[in-house]
Design a protein around this ligand. Structure first.
Ligand code: ZN
Length: 156
């Protein structure tokens, strides 16, 4: 890596860190969703993160998403990013997308570059294996909500 590349990479990491902190401090779409058609709980016992994800699916599309809960900055930021990312997707595509995000975060697999750029910010957690479950929690809940399993998604 050349010096300019290293500087750009540091700059990018800093940008991503700020994005995570911004979403953690000011979560988007935080609260219940009156018209929700799908909901699921998610728990990450390792960190103590708990959240409830709500979706309104209309005509096969995810029309709205919101979440409630308490947890660390990474879990809250990840849920916040989720609620900004999945509306507009077909429900089936959103479920598949969520599973890809989990694989990327957990296994570091290179997936086609169709992932929303903002989600790259979450990939920094791969350096901290114990935090990966914080980052994937909301996405497990997304899968559970769309599957309509009515169960609690857990990272364990
Ligand atoms: Zn956490």
């Amino acid at each position: 890596m050349t010096a300019p590349e290293a500087a750009a990479s540091t700059e990018l990491r800093e940008l991503y860190r700020e994005l995570i902190l911004d979403h953690a401090r000011h979560p988007r779409h935080f609260g219940t969703l009156e018209s929700a058609t799908h909901s699921a709980d998610g728990v990450n016992p390792l960190c103590g993160d708990r959240l409830q994800l709500h979706l309104r699916v209309a005509g096969g599309d995810v029309a709205e998403a919101s979440f409630e809960g308490t947890g660390c900055a990474i879990s809250m930021a990840s849920a916040s990013l989720l609620t900004e990312t999945v509306p507009g997707m077909r429900a089936g595509d959103a479920a598949a997308f969520g599973r890809r995000v989990i694989r990327r975060l957990r296994d570091g697999l290179d997936e086609p570059a169709d992932t929303d750029d903002r989600l790259r910010a979450l990939e920094g957690v791969r350096e901290f294996p114990s935090r990966v479950k914080c980052a994937t929690l909301a996405w497990h809940a997304l899968d559970a909500a769309l599957a309509g399993s009515g169960t609690t998604a857990t990272t364990e």
